[in-house]
Design a protein around this ligand. Sequence first.
Ligand code: PEP
Ligand code: MG
Length: 580
Amino acid sequence: MLSLFGSGIGRGIAIGQAYVLRQSDIQTPHYPIKKADIDAEIERLHNAVKNTKAKYQTLLTSLPKSAPKESGAFIEAHMLMLSDPLLIDESIKIIRSDRVNAEHALTQQSANLVKVFEQMQDAYLRAKKTDVEHVTNRLLRSLMSIVSHSLDELNDDDLKGKIVVSRDLTPAETMFVKEQKIVSFVTDLGSQISHTAIVARSLKMPAVVGLHGATKYITDDDLLVVDGMRGTVLVNPTERVLKEYKQRLSKIRQREKHLATLTRRLSKTLDGERIQLLANVETAKEISAVKKSNAAGIGLYRTEYLFMNRDKAPTEAEQFRAYKKIVSSIDGPVVIRTLDIGGDKRLDFNYPNKKSSESPLGLRAVRLCLNHVEVFKPQLRAILRASAFGKVSIMIPMISNVDEIDQVLNLIKQTKAELKAKNIDFDSRIKVGGMIEVPAAAIMADVLAKKLDFLSIGTNDLIQYTLAIDRVDDAVNYLYDPIHPAVLKLISQVIKAGERANIPVSLCGEMAGNVRYTRILLALGLRNFSMDANYVLDVKEKILATDTQQVKKLGNRVIKASTPIKAREQLEAMNAAELS
Ligand code: PEP
Ligand code: MG
């Protein structure tokens, strides 16, 4: 038995066989061919096209019903490209004229096409570059008989009940894992607060990331035990260990049953303070979990997931349908966050400034939206239209100065006027809030609070930017510290700014759903938490056992601790204290 250690996600345990996804760094061979071999080489290319088409066809027919319509269109576009003379016939010409192997000819012609598409004025045509790359990659794999590498190339039968072992997974890929009936995944790279981890938590899927040697030490069909709580992966465990884990699994189920008894209890501290518990969602599929948790509403709807796994942005009509669906199925408030694309949240299609947006410090989130109003306005219109069907608020991510708020408010005003002129219903008093994720915004919270109806602290990013650590880089993951005094000071400052401006402040980063931090956040004065629905009852249990006055005193010791170790000791003492 081999034990591997990484960062755990989720509180469950998964047991299953490994399915190792190999990396797709394809080294294309380049060699000359004899004149007599030209026809055979062309035949190889034709065969690769035929096989690839067949694979696309299988993928198309095996798409789950719940997959977005666009996914089918995406595959069909790739199938069409396989018949495109510009790709295939031109590659054949290169085989003939340069007497080179099919892989090299194809790579060359693909590079020519990519260059042409990159220079296109039209954004839609520019985006075709990605299609060319996708299709070329598949053809190369077929030519070189390399077995599947990426999740979207496999079908349910390959993956059912399996634990995927991969170097890394993107948040977009992670969205698909449950549909493919995968029970868990483990990766060499990644951290606990990456969006891949956030999606895994929302799928209630235990996983371990940042394992380093996973793809090296694990081989296909190894039996794995993935412990999301402890961050361990056991490879080919002994019978005794397996039995122990099965017992732990039954304890986890018992605990879930116990937590379910708290569903109808009021979320209130021992001294009677009402605490609002809201849910974070990425897609409408999480609504049933939100209802099950009895959360008071949705405190963060991450709309960017609607833009993933497709070849172009959703239209206003499509966005409206998606927002309306969520808004009309939730009784309480729904906070819709405007597009927060960028960083590790990546899209398949091309868009202006894509490269910059992929840097955590680049033109992402509200910056991208304000620079590309043609993307932002349809979203604002869709949200406003959905506001006619429930209690909707708009939330702006990654604000770093007041001008950005003014610009967004102006755009909202404009959009409202346009809707009104067309007699389209919307909530004219819709609330607009901002996320405090950048230290500059936290420091200036007093000023921002005057312009906004509410604030929400995004600690995932706030911690990343305050401590200068990339949230997806496991090499610096050990420095990611939610109770770093600088972080606690900023959180406290924002809560106080909200109190002074008499507007609500919530916290929607992963910290809100981790019971280790419930008491310290209550001690800092937080009264609105928004988290993955699967953690609402755990947090409620902690709230029910907490007295806000008592933790205020204990919390001061955490804040004033001189070293991270002392702060952690104080935090543990506070969490263990039996309060009454
Ligand atoms: C955050 O940064 O804390 C947050 C809630 O937003 P996201 O995790 O989507 O960046
Ligand atoms: Mg964020």
